[in-house]
Design a protein around this ligand. Structure first.
Ligand code: CP
Ligand code: NVA
Length: 302
């Protein structure tokens, strides 16, 4: 039994295998074919935080594969009504896989320790591995092959950035991060990323113009993630020079794509003209969440 708590749980070969299944399933889906590879299987979704894409894409993925989903929100009383161990053991009796979105990464690790079925991280404060998988798949689709490409990360060194960094290292993508000094990966995160992805080429700068120069993909995310709302005002001021706008995009390669995991705070980390502009792949990127999670579920459960 395998969990997916961070991208460190997958080897490069396994990621490539998942992408290959995802590609086939996406092609079939576009042709109107939805094979019931997971007929009768049950996926539980346990969410402590709001979600559109992660919840809907996982539920749609499971429906396409012929399985079923049980969504457990606040009323399940996770962390309040009983111990994590009792919750995990009971839920494992009903579900073949559990997708969990939690405020603290520790919660997901604890849950996985006690579940007797695979657990997938659907976002924590530490990482968002399913997002990074879909993003690297999207880069592969638009460039032909992720290896050898450069991704410019403009903004906070957050959960998504951490997962993308590990994924970039595993797939041979160079990562250039333009981040205010105070918001870069801390020493512990950097050491963890280096351990998981020793081959990662990571360049950190405070100049977004330098970061986008050779990039095939320009990626940003919100300046304040879920749970950091009290820092909104401060972060708005400190990240202002890191906005992805027309002036920044003009300095990028003409074929560079713009990416965002969504939800976006338009007018903050990205302007309307960029996110709605011709280089933006955010809609395809969000659709790929479903296609790649179909690949992941099929790989994990068949
Ligand atoms: N990108 C992403 O995970 O979106 P949600 O928060 O809507 O799930
Ligand atoms: N960094 C964001 C990602 C949302 C999908 C957050 O954690 O809120």
């Amino acid at each position: 039994m395998r969990h997916l708590l961070t991208l460190a749980d997958l080897t490069t070969a396994e990621i490539e295998q998942i992408f290959s299944i995802s590609k086939q399933l996406k092609r079939k889906c576009r042709d109107g074919v939805r094979e019931p590879l997971l007929s009768g299987r049950v996926m539980a979704l346990l969410f402590e935080k709001p979600s559109l894409r992660t919840r809907a894409s996982f539920e749609a993925a499971m429906a396409h594969l012929g399985g079923n989903s049980i969504f457990l929100g606040d009323e399940a009383g996770f962390g309040r009504r009983e111990s994590v161990a009792d919750f995990a053991r009971s839920l494992s009796g009903y579900a073949d896989v559990v997708v969990v979105r939690a405020g603290s990464h520790r919660t997901v690790v604890d849950l996985a320790e006690h579940c007797t079925c695979p657990v997938i991280n659907g976002l924590t404060d530490f990482g968002h591995p399913c997002q990074a998988l879909a993003d690297l798949f999207t880069i592969g689709e638009s460039t032909g092959k992720p290896a050898g490409q450069t991704l410019a990360w403009i903004g906070d060194a957050n959960n998504v950035a951490r997962s993308i960094a590990v994924g970039c290292g595993k797939l041979g993508v160079r990562m250039v991060m333009a981040t205010p000094e105070k918001y870069r990966f801390d020493e512990q995160s950097l050491a963890w990323i280096r351990r998981q992805s020793p081959d990662l080429e990571l360049i950190v700068t405070d100049d977004p113009f330098r970061a986008v120069r050779d990039a095939a993909a320009i990626y940003t995310d919100v300046w304040a993630s879920m749970g950091q709302e009290v820092e909104n005002e401060l972060r708005r001021r400190e990240f202002a020079p890191f906005q992805v706008n027309a002036a920044l995009i003009e300095r990028a390669r003409p074929d560079a794509i713009f990416m965002h995991c969504l939800p976006a705070h338009r007018g903050e980390e990205v302007t309307d003209e960029v996110i709605d502009g011709p280089r933006s792949v955010v809609v395809e990127q969000s659709a790929n969440r479903m296609h790649v999670q179909k690949g992941l579920l099929a790989w994990m459960l068949t």
